[in-house]
Every structure is written in structure tokens, then in C-alpha cells.
Ligand binder design. Structure first.
Ligand code: GLY
Length: 352
């Protein structure tokens, strides 16, 4: 698979990617390699990764606990302390081996340590392959508010090895599928249709197409001043629902994809109401998404907490909740103001 040129770095695939990483380590003369893992990627991905790494550099493994709940400043302090004790210097390299929590947090830790050291993303989940590891966003959550603290900072390269997908549960795969659906709805109807037949398709094709779409958008608007906001379709309501489930002790957490899938149904409904998004496409989206994800019943008594969380969305300006909406599949409108009644109506539409 042909490497993809991103802003200041390349995204490499399969065996070729390991060769590129090995070459980078020699070329940049790194002092120490710190490999950031969680308990799952240490057990299931690290052995395979190491068998492809060819280097005589010192290697240190830094393990953090898995889960969005740990994507916070305390975990960063733990990693900064650990690498400091292990003698990290400005020629150290952090390799993030994991899902979105690992790449977001690891990129943030690297970009702020001694004013910034290099990092490489090795995504091991479908979600991080198609989204988090590409595009230069790094960061952590503030309480349950997602990605409130962070900076744009590019990795030295991204290594995509779809063999890591064999280590994932069906639930984790589906979490990544939601982002592929998002790319389909906003940019490529064919990709949306392909998701339905994903079992017969090779995931690596969908990953490649998704990264190409994201990269094209990020190249035009790296700091999310305008066009990149399209990548937030489904995420305004989705993030609020994800945060709500994260902070509710009596509810099981939703995966990012499960929450975004709900968000895409709600935001398609709002698009239908405000922008005349075609009704038959709204039905198709709801049907497709509910054929992949279990229906979650959102309780009416929880709506006000979800609305409170929406007020913290990073796209809001002057307290106005701003959405990316669809005029049709592949046709969007940015910065749409939506009042709370319609948001509630959309949650009811999801439930119906
Ligand atoms: N996850 C959306 C973006 O990277 O812009």
C-alpha cells in the first residue's frame, strides 16, 4: 500500500512501515525509545511489534492503565515522572502503541516534555487507525469533558499494521466502524455503503480510504478553523452522551463509536429538520446504524445532563451550541446553531 503524505510526516502501511520506522530510528539517532502501552497492548501487540523492530537502542516500556477514564493529567504526570527517572532527554522517542487514549495522551506527553520530543504513532485499534493517530491532535480529558486540554502536534510517522485488528473484540471493531460511517456520510457515499458489507471486504481497504479522506481535509485545515469541523459530524451530541455515560456510576460506559453512532442519528435528524436532509437518507442512516449497534434507551430524565455537557463542546462560541449538519450525504454545512428543543427532539427520534 502506498504511503500517504500527511502534513509534516508520512503514514506507512504494513511491512514497509516497520522498515520506515527502523530507518527513522537510525537516521534521527535517538538516545532511548520509550514505548507507551496499556496492559492490553503490552500483552497482545507489543510482542509482534518488537519482533519487527530492528534496533540496538535502549528500549523502555511505560505502561498505563487502559480506558478513557485514565486519559487525564494524573496519568501524564505518571508518564513524565517515569521517563524522567529513566533518563529521557531531548533525543528520546516516544512510540505510542495502542488506541486513541494512548496516542492522544502519548502525543501530548511527548509534545510537552522538555518543550517537545519526537513521537511515533502505532495505532492498534480500528478507531485509532482511521482517526486518532492521524491529523496531529493530541490531548487529554478534563474530568469527563473530552479532549479539553491539548495541542496540535505531528508525529514523526504513523505505522499502520492491520494485523493488530485480530487482537480486538467485535465491540472494539464496531467502535472504529462508526468513524468510517462518518467519513462515508460526510465525504464518500460508497464508503458508507461498503460498511454494510464490511465482512466481505478487507478492513485495510476501508482504513486506507478513511485515512485518505481525513488527511485531505486536515491538509486543507490543520487547525480546525473551518473545513476540519466536518470531522466532528455526530460528535457534538455523541461526545456529550459518551461523557454522560462515563460520569454515571449506574451505567455501563459506551465505546466512543457507540456514542458517535447515536450522535450521527440525532444530528442527521436535526439536519432533516433544519436543512432538508432527505428523509429516505435519514431512515437509511438510522437503519444501518441500528443494524450494527445495540439500541441504547436514553432516559428522558438524563436529557438535561446531556444538554449541560453539550454546552462544553469545543466548537461552541459565545455559549451557542454549534453543529456540523448535512444538507445531503457528502454535502455539509458548518457552524449551525441548534436550539435545545430540537436537540431534545433528536434524542427522542433516536429512542423512537
Ligand atoms: N477526530 C476529528 C479530528 O481529528 O479532527
Amino acid at each position: 500500500m502506498k504511503s500517504i503524505q500527511a502534513d509534516t510526516y508520512l503514514i506507512h502501511f504494513q511491512e514497509e512501515a516497520y522498515k520506515e520506522l527502523n530507518d527513522l530510528i537510525v537516521k534521527k539517532k535517538y538516545s532511548t525509545l520509550f514505548i507507551l502501552v496499556d496492559e492490553n497492548t503490552f500483552e497482545h501487540c507489543y510482542p509482534n511489534f518488537m519482533s519487527n523492530l530492528e534496533t540496538d537502542k535502549a528500549i523502555e516500556v511505560i505502561e498505563i492503565e487502559s480506558g478513557e477514564i485514565n486519559k487525564n493529567i494524573d496519568t501524564c504526570v505518571g508518564v513524565w515522572n517515569a521517563i524522567t527517572e529513566l533518563g529521557a532527554d531531548r533525543k528520546s522517542l516516544i512510540i505510542t502503541l495502542g488506541g486513541g487514549v494512548i496516542s492522544d495522551l502519548g502525543g501530548f506527553v511527548a509534545s510537552t516534555y522538555k518543550r517537545g520530543i519526537d513521537f511515533v504513532n502505532v495505532p492498534t485499534t480500528l478507531l485509532s487507525m482511521v482517526d486518532a493517530s492521524v491529523g496531529g491532535k493530541t490531548g487529554i480529558d478534563l474530568g469527563v469533558l473530552k479532549n479539553q486540554i491539548g495541542l496540535f502536534s505531528n508525529p514523526e510517522l504513523v505505522l499502520i499494521d492491520s494485523n493488530f485488528l485480530t487482537t480486538l473484540s467485535d465491540k472494539e471493531i464496531k467502535s472504529g466502524v462508526a468513524e468510517i460511517i462518518k467519513y462515508g456520510l460526510t465525504c464518500d457515499i460508497k464508503l458508507f455503503d461498503d460498511v454494510m458489507y464490511v465482512k466481505d471486504l478487507v478492513y485495510s481497504d476501508l482504513i486506507y480510504k478513511s485515512i485518505c479522506i481525513k488527511n485531505k481535509i486536515v491538509l486543507q485545515d490543520p487547525k480546525e478553523n473551518s473545513l476540519r469541523k466536518v470531522l466532528n459530524f455526530g460528535h457534538t451530541i455523541g461526545h456529550a452522551i459518551e461523557s454522560f455515560y462515563l460520569e454515571s456510576d449506574d451505567k455501563n460506559n459506551l465505546t466512543h463509536g457507540e456514542a458517535i453512532a447515536i450522535g450521527m442519528i440525532c444530528e442527521s435528524y436535526i439536519s432533516y429538520k433544519l436543512l432538508e436532509f432527505p428523509e429516505q437518507n435519514l431512515s437509511k442512516i438510522k437503519e444501518t446504524i441500528l443494524s450494527i449497534y445495540n439500541k441504547i434507551h436514553l432516559l428522558k430524565q438524563d436529557f438535561s445532563s446531556i444538554l449541560d455537557l453539550l454546552k462544553h463542546d469545543k466548537k461552541n462560541i459565545n455559549g451557542q451550541i454549534n453543529f456540523v449538519l448535512l444538507k445531503d450525504i457528502e454535502s455539509h454545512k458548518l457552524d449551525c446553531a441548534v436550539d435545545t428543543e430540537l436537540i431534545i427532539e433528536s434524542l427522542n427520534f433516536y429512542n423512537s
